[in-house]
Ligand binder design. Structure first.
Ligand SMILES: [Zn+2]
Length: 698
């Protein structure tokens, strides 16, 4: 889902008709007065859109109160197989009526009462078994208790028809909304996360997907109805028309949708490009769009790019998950979009928005968050999908990937709390843009860099096609499992510090020095992490940190495996460095500006930078036998080098007599030391003692 503030939508719509005004309207004072036109073939910036920012504004504006019914009350001992919503919308009132079939298999324990989620603003008039046997029921609050005529043992089937009517209350992101637009009536649903129960009886929890769903809607014949799957029939009954939509793919209840209005149906075909057809087989799939009948037959710009987007995502994620049915959009009046399965509800047409919702078809719809605390698996992935599309279509949208990446990266640093949510009772927090959308997408961005493009693509394919997850649900640990299996890496720490337990991001400071040594240059780079508990609960972000050593003969790229809060890395390069840069391409979500200064404040050093007394490295660490301590001496004189246990007892000591500043190394043997943590202390003739941690293992 992606929400746009209404004002932005209006401007976006306006911009479709006037690119010049569009740029003037958004680009600020510098651009407002010039008649800058986009390059030929390049859509104006607003057509490209910035869904993330729009979304953030909308979320803030919504400021929703905590939902009183955050969790489903429905029976957990039923495995839902099928829903059939057979509804009538008179469209002249804000009401609906009809019957919903709920069908499933009893699991775990015998079922005497089937409990469904349905708000009692809707009036239930009858509940019957599929064979017509009436059931007694009670309907307090948002809970519909249906007493079965006889208990059903595990393995038995339950099928009930709930007949009801009423005017659904609105709230959250909508639920089921009726209204008037340009003099024409419309209706649409948006149930995520807790709104399905406001308008139809169901097990209102994403974890239990129905195997198939049918939505039959009768409306006055001037209206069309959009929903998921394929339109199997369109039947006229006097002044009414009945639209019958059927989908044979598993679906979470919050993804079941209805949109009705005076629509123009625009159909097309996604023809799978040759290279993808060679991999997945040929495909000519319907594209089915419902656009408000406004006198213009033009398909909104971004909607028309759906086919191209599908081809990019099939390449990166695997085959379109609902290829036997369709993809399409139904126009709605809420700001933004909602990834209803096979037919996104959409108000807007920016590439950013359309690609976000399409990405959800794989991540959100094919693989759905099992529980709401893991909603980043939906939204972070969809946000990254939009970035990926811009990156792949750099030629059509030059510079957009970089711009949107920078904006998402910056916004992700506003995230508060862990990515996996502890509390999902507040819908506004649940869909927090900085935390769930931006930081969620940056988790994938960093992961891609760590594992490399090929492995990352394999991870996405494997995740979407995982036998336990495809057309089913996932939690963060499921995704982590796929990442580890495909990459062969242990990603415990990565997921713990960035997703599950950690908050915030690292703040690095660094210093660098280099000295000539045996015809080469010894470069030492010291990294410090300085984040404090109020900004991050992670003491040490364990990450590979890119270090670029600039020399007169070219750049040398190194990767520091940073696992300590203060850590020094030593490299040898053939030519004299000119400067050192830390993570210049921002592969790590971090604070701005790491400008490695010289490591020493004052020195009589012989190198291009002054030297200070320091412990450059302890190797190996952990140690079990011999280990070395490489150090720099900032001045001449006697230095003390000692090794101490945690109780402060000195276990080794050496006095180093330096006749000049420079580098040196001492060797110790830890083979007789008990396992544990030790501290190595180097005390200069004048100045502070330098301490490094040593771990001894046995
Ligand atoms: Zn979304």
């Amino acid at each position: 889902m992606l929400r746009l503030p209404r004002i932005t939508f209006l401007t976006v719509a306006f911009c479709l008709f006037s690119a010049a005004e569009c740029l003037g309207g958004f680009a600020g004072p510098a651009a407002a007065g010039d008649a800058a036109e986009p390059a030929p073939g390049v859509p104006p910036s607003l057509v490209i859109g910035d869904g993330a920012r729009d979304c953030s504004a909308a979320k803030t504006a919504l400021a929703l109160a905590p939902h009183p019914e955050a969790l489903s009350s429905a029976s957990t001992n039923i495995d839902i197989q099928y829903y059939h919503l057979d509804l009538t919308l008179p469209m002249v009132t804000s009401t609906l009526s009809g019957t919903v079939r709920i069908q499933g298999t009893v699991v775990g324990s015998t079922m005497a009462t089937l409990v469904l989620d349905l708000q009692n603003t809707m009036t239930v008039t009858a509940v019957k078994l599929a064979n017509g046997t009436p059931c007694t029921f009670t309907h307090p609050g948002a809970v519909l208790n249906v007493t079965l005529p006889s208990p059903v043992a595990p393995g038995g089937n339950v099928a009930v028809d709930v007949t009801y009517n009423g005017a659904p209350q609105t709230g959250g992101f909508g639920y089921f909304v009726f209204g008037l637009r340009a003099g024409k009536r419309f209706a649409w649903s948006l149930s995520e996360p807790y709104g399905a129960r406001e308008w139809w009886p169901c097990k209102d929890h994403p974890s239990d997907k129905a195997d198939s769903v049918r939505v039959t809607v009768t409306v006055p014949s001037i209206y069309r109805v959009g929903s998921q799957g394929l339109l199997v029939s369109e039947t006229t009954n006097g002044a009414d028309k009945t639209y019958d939509w059927v989908s044979h793919y598993p679906i979470s209840n919050y993804l079941v949708s209805i949109a009705a209005s005076e629509y123009t149906r625009r159909q097309g075909t996604y023809n799978r490009p040759g290279p993808l057809a060679a991999l997945y087989g040929a495909l000519a799939m319907p594209l089915d769009h419902l656009v408000y009948t406004d006198g213009s037959d033009a398909l909104p710009f971004g909607w028309g790019e759906s086919g191209d987007m599908i081809s990019v995502y099939e390449d990166w994620f695997g085959p379109y998950p609902f290829a036997n049915e369709k993809y399409g959009h139904s126009e709605c009046t809420f700001g933004g979009g909602m990834e209803h399965q096979t037919m996104t509800s959409l108000n807007g047409s920016s590439i950013s928005l359309v690609s976000h919702e399409l990405g959800h078809q794989w991540f959100g719809d094919e693989v759905t968050t099992k529980t709401w605390p893991h909603i980043w698996l939906n939204e972070g992935f969809a946000t990254y999908s939009a970035l990926l599309y811009f990156q792949q279509r750099e030629g059509s949208y030059p510079g957009t990937y970089e711009t949107q990446l920078a904006s998402t990266y910056a916004d992700a640093r506003n995230a508060i709390g862990t990515l996996v949510l502890a509390d999902t009772s507040n819908v506004s927090d649940m869909f927090g843009q900085s935390r769930i959308y931006s930081k969620g997408s940056m988790i994938l961005y960093m992961l891609r860099w760590i594992v490399g493009d090929t492995v990352f693509r394999n991870i996405l394919h494997a995740y979407a096609a995982d036998p336990a997850l495809q057309y089913n649900c996932a939690t963060t640990s499921d995704f982590k499992r796929v990442c580890e299996t495909v990459s062969g890496l242990d990603l415990d720490t990565y997921f713990s510090q960035w997703v599950e337990n950690g908050t915030g991001y690292p703040i690095y400071t660094a210093c660098a020095l280099w000295l000539p040594e045996n015809g080469h240059y010894r470069v030492q780079v010291t990294l410090h992490q300085t984040q404090v508990f109020t900004t991050s609960n992670v003491n040490v972000f364990v990450m590979p940190v890119p270090i670029v050593i600039h020399t007169a003969s070219g750049d040398i790229n190194e990767l520091a495996q940073n696992s300590e809060r203060d850590q020094t890395f030593t490299y040898f390069v053939p030519n004299q460095p000119t400067s050192v840069a830390i993570d210049p391409d921002k592969h790590i979500l971090r604070a701005d500006a790491i400008d490695p200064g010289a490591c020493a404040p004052v020195s009589t050093g012989t190198g291009p930078l002054p030297i200070r007394t320091d412990i450059v490295s302890v190797f190996p660490n952990p140690a079990s036998g011999q280990f070395s301590v490489h150090y720099t001496a900032g001045e001449e004189g006697a230095m003390e080098l000692g090794v101490y246990d945690v109780a402060g007892r000195r276990v080794f000591a050496k006095t180093l007599s330096r006749t000049a500043p420079g580098v040196g190394a001492e060797f110790f043997n830890a083979s007789k030391l008990p396992a544990g943590v030790y501290f190595i202390r180097l005390r200069a003739p004048h100045g502070e003692a330098i301490t490094r941690k040593l771990v001894v293992i046995r």
